[in-house]
Every structure is written in structure tokens, then in C-alpha cells.
Design a binder for this molecule. Structure first.
Ligand SMILES: [Zn+2]
Length: 326
């Protein structure tokens, strides 16, 4: 036994019996680098050493020989299954998997430990302290992104912003989470069927939530969603702070002038007004959009009001007198 141990790293599991009975010192004496020598010993123990699971060991060994896995691949398998409870079964399975598919197959069979959120503050005697918050709660991102100088794209000012905030020199900006989310049509379908827990959505600020959580959030004014089909083409877009161009175009096709009775200011010179104001829960959707000229939009502050009845007709209530159909 001299050459085969060197070659073992590229040859594979059938060279390992050569290491039987050799101490680490013996292997090192052959000129093998220490990490490689340790790997040879580790894998020899796994594939040829004493075990309760002799059948699975033999299966894994035979598969590794048949697949011609080099020792580096076998090492990768050991690392992947390190924390799994059923190592012997998994090893036999992965040893009989093409090298390039091993990570994918392993991921499918090894349960990921659920992550637990935590917050930790450590302090050393010389005054240095470290604050760690580990969570997927979107409030953490709201906090960070609400600090002065911090945006979802730039975190350079995180520490300065934090200091200013603690000194009371600034207030947090309102949450800008869900700047934009993209929903695939089938995900949208799942969410509306009440299976939103199965859908994971990543927003443009990096926060992640399930479809069910999305429905529970009361962030409509800050939230824009685009629904895309399977080709990635946008098919609808809604719930912005502003009306979408599409909503305005559709509204323009129906209303050609200011909606106030007897006002003939053309649509293109009108403002896009919310029938139910945003601060009263009105959404920036087609159903809540009406064109008003600047003058009549301004008069709303003096008591003019507009509303939509259940047949979709918009009514104008002047400051004095009866309501008029627009
Ligand atoms: Zn008008």
C-alpha cells in the first residue's frame, strides 16, 4: 500500500481498505496532507468500520463504487447528512445519486431545522456591545428602513440612523414595506382560495411573508401588487397610493369631463380624485376614481362631497341643496 492512498482522493471508496490498521501518523508519513489523511480515516470508518447498520453500509459502499464517487464527493455526503437523525439510510441513498444531484436530493430528504427568532445583546467589559435581532418579522425591516438615511437599497447609514433615533433626534419614517410585490397568477389563486400559507412572497424591500400574512396586513396605502401570468407578463396592478395609468386610462374612456354637474373642463385637465378619501380607507382603484377639475377638487374642502351609490352612479352633494347626479 503506497500509491493507492494518494490516488484514493480521486479514485474512491474502493481504495479505503488500504487505510485499515493505519494510524494517522502512518498515513501522514506517506506524504498525505493532514486534511486529506483525516478525510481518509473518517471515510474508512464510515464505509468499512464497525456499524450496527451493516446492510445499509454495504449498500452505500456498493453504490459509491458503482457511481465511481471520488472521496471528495463522499465527504460532501457526510457533511450534508451530519445533523440528520437517519444518517445510514440517507448515506445509502445519496451514495447512489449522481454527484451533481446530491445537494438537491439531500435537501428533499433532510428536514430543515425550523428557525426560531431571537434578540440578543452581548456586552464585553471594555464597553463594546453587539445587538443581534434574528427574525422574519417585517417590523424589523420597517424599523431599519424607517431610520434616517436608510432605504431598502442602502444600509450604509444604519448605525448613524440608529444613533439619531436613540437620541430622539429623529422619528421613524412610516413603513414602506411592500413597496412592490409580484404575485403569480396561480399564487393569487391559492391565496384567494384560503391556502395562502403555502405561498411565500418576497417584497421589493427584501421582507418575506406568506400569502395568508399578506391578507392580514393593513398596509394598503403603502402597497402595490402586480399580478403576473406564467410568462411573467403583468396582467393586473392594483392598490397603490396613486392610481395606476391603467385605471386612469379606463376611467378616461368613460368620463370625458369634470364630474361636477354643468362643469365642462375636459378630462385631460382634470385631477384624479378619490371618491372615498385615502384617509377614510379609500383605495387607489378604478372603482374609487373620479376626475375633477382643479377648481371643483379644491371646493371639496369647503363642504362639497361626492359618493357612489350601489348602482355605481356618482352623486354630487353641493354645500347647500339636494344631491345631483353627476
Ligand atoms: Zn369642474
Amino acid at each position: 500500500m503506497t500509491v493507492s492512498l494518494f490516488a484514493a482522493l480521486t479514485i474512491g471508496v474502493s481504495s479505503l481498505p488500504d487505510a485499515a490498521g493505519m494510524s494517522l501518523k502512518d498515513i501522514l508519513a506517506l506524504g498525505v496532507a493532514r486534511p486529506d489523511a483525516l478525510l481518509v480515516r473518517r471515510l474508512h470508518k464510515v464505509y468499512y468500520g464497525h456499524t450496527q447498520a451493516t446492510t445499509l453500509q454495504a449498500e452505500a459502499r456498493a453504490a459509491a463504487i458503482r457511481r465511481k464517487h471520488p472521496l471528495r464527493v463522499l465527504e460532501k455526503i457526510e457533511n450534508l447528512i451530519a445533523s440528520a437523525p437517519n444518517k445510514d439510510t440517507l448515506r445509502a441513498l445519496l451514495a447512489d445519486t449522481a454527484a451533481e444531484d446530491i445537494p438537491t436530493v439531500a435537501a428533499k430528504h433532510i428536514e430543515k431545522k425550523p428557525k426560531n427568532e431571537y434578540a440578543r445583546l452581548t456586552q464585553s467589559p471594555d464597553g463594546w456591545a453587539r445587538l443581534t435581532i434574528f427574525t422574519k418579522d417585517p417590523r424589523l425591516l420597517d424599523f431599519a428602513n424607517g431610520l434616517p438615511g436608510v432605504t431598502p437599497k442602502s444600509r450604509n447609514k444604519l448605525l448613524d440612523g440608529f444613533k439619531e433615533f436613540v437620541e430622539g433626534a429623529t422619528r421613524l419614517a412610516p413603513p414602506r414595506r411592500m413597496v412592490h410585490i409580484v404575485l403569480k397568477l396561480d399564487e393569487m389563486d391559492k391565496i384567494t382560495r384560503g391556502e395562502g400559507d403555502d405561498v411565500t412572497i418576497r417584497a421589493s424591500d427584501g421582507s418575506v411573508r406568506t400569502g395568508a400574512q399578506l391578507l392580514q396586513e393593513k398596509v394598503a396605502p403603502y402597497f402595490q401588487a402586480t399580478i403576473i401570468n406564467w410568462r411573467g407578463e403583468p396582467i393586473d396592478n392594483y392598490y397603490g397610493r396613486e392610481f395606476t395609468k391603467k385605471a386612469i386610462d379606463m376611467n378616461t374612456a368613460v368620463y370625458l369631463e369634470c364630474l361636477t354637474p354643468n362643469c365642462h373642463i375636459p378630462r385631460d385637465r382634470c385631477e384624479n380624485d378619490h371618491i372615498v378619501a385615502v384617509n377614510k380607507g379609500g383605495l387607489s382603484v378604478l372603482d374609487n376614481l373620479m376626475p375633477l377639475c382643479r377648481y371643483h377638487n379644491g371646493k371639496k374642502a369647503d363642504g362639497d362631497s361626492y359618493w357612489k351609490d350601489d348602482q355605481g352612479r356618482i352623486w354630487f352633494q353641493p354645500a347647500y341643496g339636494d344631491p345631483v347626479l353627476c
